[in-house]
Design a binder for this molecule. Structure first.
Ligand SMILES: Nc1ncnc2c1ncn2[C@@H]1O[C@H](COP(=O)(O)OP(=O)(O)OP(=O)(O)O)[C@@H](O)[C@H]1O
Length: 261
């Protein structure tokens, strides 16, 4: 079965129906990105899929024993809370050596003794990713993981996520506003606006009228630019294959993920 399989899901928060008729599946090793305007229910969908929020109706099935590494969009940390990075990571288990390895893996070695509340945005996101990786995830669920990072930091974090994906073969489900990432690194894109407006390979979604209606001309321009930039690399018959291979062919090229927008 799929790692997560959601059917006919409806979510109500307060009086509002935030998500309507959601059908969603993600398989082992897949990279799926959710895009959608502010307030379209992206974070809520992630929370329902990982079991942090109960649907009003419908079903969400997770593979038995599924290990989920979750990086929330915001984790309100009281700056005065006396909690070091090391102690925070201990909550996710593993040996001291493994925790130190993981910090090094995300480029945050040496932060173990620092207070969680005193980290910069980029340091905090890296520590959160280390925490998510410590569980040995079958699936990484990332809610705008690069929020608050500058462009080099953003590119580095996405590269790290791609490396981890290639290394441990976990599925990746993320919310992202970075169209270059969406286009270059996703197997599948889901366009959400309270319901699933459209979904498919990045190329299919970028050409869907529902997507264009939501994201307008600016996006269309960015996507056209993307295709132009990269068209010389690919001679595939199927455009979605080109989009998929791209992440692996050009590993590590900042131009794939930043600039041009
Ligand atoms: N606890 C809550 N009670 C009532 N409404 C809520 C609650 N949490 C979220 N909402 C509403 O649900 C809708 C979806 O919120 P959600 O955070 O999932 O959107 P999002 O697509 O992740 O937004 P953003 O891009 O701004 O992060 C919003 O209209 C929000 O105001």
């Amino acid at each position: 079965m799929s790692l997560i399989d959601a059917r006919n899901v409806i979510v109500r928060l307060g009086d509002a129906e935030v998500l309507t008729d959601i059908d969603f599946r993600i398989d082992r090793g897949e990279i799926v990105t959710i895009v959608g305007p502010n307030g379209s229910g992206k974070s809520t969908l992630l929370r329902v899929l990982i079991g942090a929020e109960a649907p009003h109706s419908g079903t969400v099935e997770r593979e038995r024993g599924l290990r989920i590494g979750y990086v929330p969009q915001r984790l309100a940390v009281d700056r005065t809370l006396p909690l070091t990075v090391g102690r925070f990571l201990r909550l996710s288990g593993g040996t001291a050596e493994r925790r130190a390895d993981m910090l090094a893996r995300v480029g945050a070695s040496g932060l173990g003794d620092r207070q969680l509340g005193a980290l910069s945005g980029g340091q905090f996101q890296r520590v959160m990713l280390a925490q998510a990786l410590l569980v040995g995830p079958d699936i990484l669920v990332l809610d705008e993981p690069t929020q608050g990072l500058d462009q080099p930091g953003e590119a580095a974090l996405y590269r790290l996520i791609e490396d981890v994906h290639a290394e441990i073969g976990c599925a990746v489900l993320m919310v992202s506003h970075d169209l270059h990432v969406v286009m270059s690194a996703s197997d599948r894109v889901i366009c959400l606006n309270g319901h699933i407006c459209c979904e498919g390979t990045p190329t299919v979604v970028s050409e869907a009228p529902e997507y264009r209606a939501l994201f307008g001309l600016g996006t269309e321009g960015a996507l056209a630019l993307y295709r132009h930039e990269h068209s010389h690399h690919h001679h595939h018959d199927h455009p979605h294959d080109a989009a998929h291979d791209h992440a692996h062919d050009h590993h590590g090229s900042d131009a794939d993920r930043t600039g041009a927008a």
